[in-house]
Design a protein around this ligand. Structure first.
Ligand SMILES: [Zn+2]
Length: 103
């Protein structure tokens, strides 16, 4: 995946299109990510011992990775990420706009 947990991303589709948020969970197998406070869904919570009242809670629904774009920490713009190799051989993601390493 081109994004991972902790990345700041811009949402490209859906009801929160245009908003930005941080990835709080990545699901590489499904190519989906959960972004903090984005794509909130109301969910009916059955009463449990911890929450005897039950009720409706809001929680983030996963987004497909194709619907988010990573925001470069260097130029602060949404970008497609490429890859480059550091001198030590480590592979890092690279901003295609400004060339800065994203990791
Ligand atoms: Zn950049």
């Amino acid at each position: 995946m081109h994004v991972k947990k902790g990345d700041l991303v811009k949402v490209l589709a859906g009801k929160d299109k245009g908003k930005q948020g941080k990835i709080i969970r990545a699901m590489p197998k499904e190519n989906r990510v959960v972004v903090d406070k984005i794509n909130l869904m109301k969910k009916h919570q059955k009463p449990t011992q911890q929450h005897p009242q039950g009720g409706i809670i809001a929680m983030e629904a996963p987004l497909h990775v194709s619907n988010v774009m990573v925001i470069c920490p260097s130029c602060k713009k949404p970008t497609r990420s490429g890859h480059k190799f550091l001198d030590n051989g480590k592979k890092v993601r690279q901003c295609k706009r400004c060339g800065a390493a994203i990791d």
